[in-house]
Design a protein around this ligand. Structure first.
Ligand SMILES: O=c1ccn([C@H]2C[C@H](O)[C@@H](CO)O2)c(=O)[nH]1
Ligand SMILES: [Zn+2]
Length: 132
């Protein structure tokens, strides 16, 4: 699947954002190695800290359905610069994806930043850091 197609999927996901508090919808689309796409949107809560970002929604949907091999992630929001994932999402992305996996950050103006999991979170803490 092409980058542009995955960006369209992320825009579709963005439409389902539940954002009564921030009014800032975000969409994510996560492509698996066998061609399946998981959509994610941000889902807020009156207890603000319970909010789940679009990126983590997509990952948690995929993992809970048994998919854990990923090829590409696209994220979109109505931002001036291409939407930048928060720190929590960067940690979750690095848990489930190879450092070289492609991540497409974009906005509604069509600005596209292609990056990688390693660039998003250099020096990520991971399982190998834990000596049982
Ligand atoms: O990359 C991002 C950045 C922010 N948000 C959400 C969290 C909250 O609902 C709103 C404002 O921070 O945007 C995401 O879903 N992904
Ligand atoms: Zn986040």
């Amino acid at each position: 699947m092409k980058t542009e197609q995955l960006v369209l999927e992320a825009k579709e996901a963005m439409k389902r954002a539940y954002v009564p508090y921030s009014k800032f919808p975000v969409g994510a689309a996560l492509l698996t190695t066998d061609g399946k796409v998981y959509h994610g949107c941000n889902i807020e809560n009156a207890a603000y800290s319970m909010t789940n970002c679009a990126e983590r929604t997509a990952f948690f949907k995929a993992i809970s359905e048994g998919d854990n091999k990923f090829e590409m992630l696209a994220v979109v929001a109505d931002t001036d610069r291409p939407c930048s994932p928060c720190g929590a999402c960067r940690q979750v992305i690095s848990e489930f994806c190879s450092p070289s996996m492609k991540v497409i950050l974009t906005n509604l103006h069509g600005d596209i930043q292609e990056t990688t999991v390693a660039e998003l979170l250099p020096g990520a803490f991971n399982a190998e850091d834990m000596n049982e």
